[in-house]
Design a protein around this ligand. Structure first.
Ligand SMILES: Nc1ncnc2c1ncn2[C@@H]1O[C@H](COP(=O)(O)OP(=O)(O)OP(=O)(O)O)[C@@H](O)[C@H]1O
Ligand SMILES: [Zn+2]
Length: 765
């Protein structure tokens, strides 16, 4: 007998090895001498030692390799399979669908420590609050201790691992101090099965639409049947409550629930929402985790220890002992698509897994992607609509402000110079009114930094990235104006992170007339400060809270921002797309979009869809409490057909119109796409490789071939990117062509020193 092994090498094949010479190469507890299918083994591969997965047992006669060339494995690492048959089946499916080598697929599926061959049993320190401890055990002046205690309290009676707590901003010194005071204790998590899930708080009374949605999901669960649901509910319609009540039935039946969330929403609040409803073992899986913790999470999923699993994209590839339901929250979100190596879409994989495990899958969103609407039309997803907000909250009305009719507000500096704030008086008036009424305002600007362009007024020179086809963004802070070389003032490329000083004179013509153009969140915040500051003291009358990747870089910064917002006092929030996703700010009653509609002018055919999704998601932050909300869209193109359609008829009708257009043009989802990208040191070589690839397309391929053309940002990080798009009416046909064509393309002589990648169902090109 031989072992067929998948190894983490970029080759589209598996490898045959023989059994080890003696049983010392097998782990203790192995019942037979044969490493089981799905277990890890160590082998010699050329001059390297690699760890692979046994994927089949075959007879020596069935191997293509002559017997005397076959080497024995060095050792087997697992007495039991670490991947069961369904996980291996999924690996094969991913390899086939995404045309990616099986060994590399498995490498993406497994946590680093598993891949490195580490033992699966870990001893990880956890912390929990001792029973009988209450808030009264704190002196009034122990504020910081109390705050840290409260963070642990969010995790419920089982507490959480030290890694997670530190990640959330707790400090080791405080854990020790609280321990010494006898308020909390550390423990090593036991391997016993977790206690049955209990309700920690009572469910809300559902409205009719919610009831219907919960009922159909539970029915599918009880019938042990896969059904894909599109939970299409307007912002603030209570989709989470639908998830919670559907989950309840699944958890009470002793099954696990997987909840996928986009990258950004993963603040402690995400967890708190589920922890406050269920006393359960909740596991969080996200990119900020260290390797040990990731392995612990993977083990908890695999053994069934984890009852509720909340994770970002890659959690969909985890093994589960007894999965009962998958929820994909904000299913339209772009972060579900992996953009390198195995380019999978987590929502598609979730649907596959649901089908495989006979469990329902719920895709929840207020702004369904056109792909998901098409699946509804094709009868592959069941749509449940939530068209109202529960209670008194009403969906905010949207209104356009024509920025051509009124000039934007001018402000004067202390030195007497005038500058443009980029905000119309109508917008400023509405902001003022809202603040005076005691409410909060959210202003959405999807561009961080101070300004997107530095320009010489004399000769037209612009500060560009030497490595990319892109302008350098000006990062600047007027507070540190005295020293223009200070760390808070610099030029930066947002694509490759190149940094440079801000020049004092134009490098081309020597003029001192350098100026910034356009507006980022920092500049907008400063302009707002100038407008809304007390003119006598120049002190802020209202806090201006900037929320973007620059201001939330530190671990606990989101937490602090969240707290400031939730104090509820009047404030202006200025945010990038980070604020669009799923946040609940009950005191925001006005949302302003000063130039969000620009995306309707982009050349990318997906841009209108993505722009509209973002606008609706941001707009959805208005009026979620008891007061109704308003959304003001400041635009220079008030007659834009798409914009009018969105504002007048709403997202769904807008999306339906786009879907119709895609059908007429034969674009996805009314066709199926594969995108080939080629990356190299010169434009000529990369283009030539793709021309050669076209030349070997099989006759009668029946696909539309677009390209080779320069990628949207052709030069990035000093490398050139060229691409080729294949579009097919029929998915099977596209995959048949790829099956015969892709591997020969990789072997083309002209592709030798270049990086060629294949992206199935690409989301941007
Ligand atoms: N049946 C109900 N009765 C009363 N309040 C409810 C009900 N369902 C949900 N809510 C409340 O409505 C608010 C909005 O709900 P939720 O955040 O789940 O909306 P959502 O659909 O997820 O919105 P978004 O897409 O914007 O994230 C929450 O405060 C929630 O507690
Ligand atoms: Zn760059």
């Amino acid at each position: 007998m031989l072992l067929q092994v998948a190894l983490p090498v970029p080759l589209y094949r598996v490898f045959d090895y023989s059994l080890p010479a003696d049983s010392s190469a097998l782990p203790n507890g192995t019942s037979s001498h044969i490493p089981p299918i799905g277990s890890r083994i160590e082998v010699s591969f050329g001059r390297q030692t690699l760890i692979g997965i046994v994927i089949a047992h075959i007879a020596a006669a069935d191997s293509d390799v002559p017997v005397n060339k076959i080497k024995p494995i060095n050792k087997c690492l697992d007495a039991e399979p670490i991947l069961d048959a369904s996980m291996l089946k999924m690996a094969h499916w991913l390899a086939r669908y995404y045309h990616y080598p099986l060994g590399d697929v498995l490498a993406v599926m497994l946590p680093t420590l598993v891949r490195q061959g580490k033992p699966l049993d870990l001893l990880i320190t956890h912390w929990r609050i001792l029973p009988h401890v209450s808030d009264d055990d704190f002196r009034a002046n122990a504020k910081k201790q109390k705050q840290q205690f409260d963070m642990l309290k969010l995790h419920g009676e089982h507490g959480a691992s030290e890694d997670i707590l530190l990640l959330e901003g707790m400090q080791r010194s405080f854990l020790k101090a609280l321990e010494e005071k006898g308020l909390i204790e550390r423990y090593i998590q036991s391997k016993q099965a977790p206690a049955p899930v209990k309700l920690a708080t009572m469910p809300l009374d559902l409205n009719e639409e919610q009831q219907l949605a919960v009922a159909v999901i539970i029915a599918a669960h009880e019938a042990k049947q896969y059904t894909g649901f599109l939970l299409n509910g307007i912002t603030g319609s209570g989709k989470t409550e639908v998830y919670l009540q559907a989950m309840q039935a699944v958890l009470e039946a002793g099954k696990q629930v997987l909840i996928l969330v986009p990258e950004i929403g993963l603040t402690p609040q995400t967890r708190a929402r589920f922890a406050s409803r269920f006393a359960a073992h909740i596991v969080l899986l996200h990119s900020g985790m260290n390797n040990t913790h990731r392995l612990q999470g993977w083990q908890d999923c695999r053994t069934g220890h984890a009852q509720i699993i909340i994770g970002t994209r890659s959690a969909v590839l985890y093994p589960f002992a007894n999965l009962g339901l998958i929820v994909v929250d904000e299913a339209h979100d772009g972060s579900y698509k992996q953009q390198d190596t195995l380019r999978y879409h987590a929502a598609d994989v979730a649907l596959y897994r649901g089908l495989q495990a006979n469990v329902p899958v719920v895709l929840g969103t207020a702004t369904p992607s056109l792909e998901h609407l098409k699946l509804v039309d094709d009868g592959k997803l069941v749509e449940c609509q939530l068209q109202t907000r529960p209670g008194n909250a009403k969906l905010a009305t949207m209104q356009l402000i024509d920025a051509r009719l009124q000039s934007t507000h001018q402000q004067t500096t202390a030195a007497g110079a005038h500058y443009d704030t980029g905000l119309t008086d109508a917008l400023i008036g509405a902001i003022q009114q809202t603040l005076e009424a005691g409410d909060q305002v959210l202003i959405f600007l999807n561009r961080r930094g101070y300004a997107p362009v530095l320009l010489c007024e004399a000769c037209g020179w612009q500060a560009d990235c030497p490595r990319c086809d892109a302008h350098l963004t000006v990062h600047y802070n007027s507070q540190s104006q005295s020293n223009s070389y200070s760390s808070s003032s610099y030029l930066k490329c947002h694509h490759c992170d190149w940094q440079a000083y801000i020049p004092t004179v134009c490098p081309d013509c020597g003029s001192q007339n350098l100026n910034t153009k356009g507006m980022g969140t920092t500049r907008l915040s400063e302009n707002l400060h100038a407008i809304f500051a007390n003119p006598q003291t120049s002190k802020e009358l209202y806090p201006i809270i900037q929320i973007d990747r620059d201001t939330t870089r530190r671990k606990d910064s989101w937490e602090n921002i969240y707290q400031r917002i939730n104090e509820g006092t009047p404030a202006i929030l200025v945010g990038t797309q980070m604020v669009a996703k799923g946040h609940h700010f009950p005191n925001v009653t006005l949302v302003c979009l000063p130039n969000a509609d620009r995306g309707f002018l982009s050349a990318d055919f997906r841009s209108p869809e993505h722009t509209a999704q973002l606008m609706i998601q941001v707009a959805g932050r208005a009026g979620r409490g008891d007061k109704s909300g308003r959304v003001l869209i400041q635009t220079l193109q008030p007659d834009n057909e798409l914009l009018l359609k969105l504002v007048k008829d709403g997202y769904l009708s807008f999306a339906r119109k786009l879907l119709q257009e895609r059908k007429m043009m034969g674009l996805p989802p009314h066709s199926h796409a594969a995108l080939i990208r080629c990356e190299g040191k010169t434009l000529a070589a990369t283009t030539q490789a793709l021309k050669d690839a076209i030349a070997i397309l099989p006759n009668g391929h029946n696909l539309a071939v677009l390209g080779p053309i320069d990628a949207p940002m052709s030069k990035k990080n000093s490398r050139y990117h060229v691409q080729l798009l294949l579009l097919g009416k029929d998915r099977q046909q596209l995959h048949r062509v790829l099956n015969h064509w892709w591997q020969p393309v990789l072997a083309l002589p002209s592709a030798k020193y270049l990086k060629l990648t294949l992206d199935i169902d690409p989301v941007g090109w």
